[in-house]
Design a binder for this molecule. Structure first.
Ligand SMILES: [Zn+2]
Ligand SMILES: [Zn+2]
Length: 127
């Protein structure tokens, strides 16, 4: 019934190769691990007495996001702090560079005004 509600897309090793519902989790089992669960099917015999898991459950386990250890979480946090500091420092550098460019443009502008006054023979302000 479960196999009908969600097909695994994996076939068992039986002569009729039905949709597998179970996977063998028995340590040391060397037989093909996917089984359909039908007692009459040949795929089940090698796993008699073996610990079997539903493929659906295995899918959920394999799909779960990996969890970090406490050390891993702490490491991620400290590296994120270093990256945040770098970002803040680069933003300060960007502002400083922008201020420098503005100051440079203003100094060029003063020179341009002087040049224009000279070329037009405008009165100079002597200080
Ligand atoms: Zn089978
Ligand atoms: Zn087995």
């Amino acid at each position: 019934m479960i196999a009908e509600s969600r097909l695994s897309g994996i076939l068992c090793s039986g002569a009729n190769a039905a949709q597998a519902v179970w996977v063998c989790g028995q340590a040391g089992c060397n037989s093909y691990g996917m089984a359909c669960g039908d007692r009459k099917c040949g795929c089940m015999a090698p796993h008699r007495g073996h610990q079997m898991f539903m493929i659906d459950g295995l899918d959920a386990t394999l799909s779960a996001p990996p969890l970090l250890s406490e050390d891993g979480v702490a490491l991620e946090k400290s590296i994120n702090a270093v990256i945040d500091d770098c970002i803040a420092e680069l933003q300060r550098l960007k502002r400083s560079h922008s201020d420098h460019v503005t100051a440079h443009a203003e100094s060029r502008h003063r020179h341009t005004v002087l040049k224009r006054k000279l070329l037009r023979r405008e009165p100079m302000e002597l200080r």
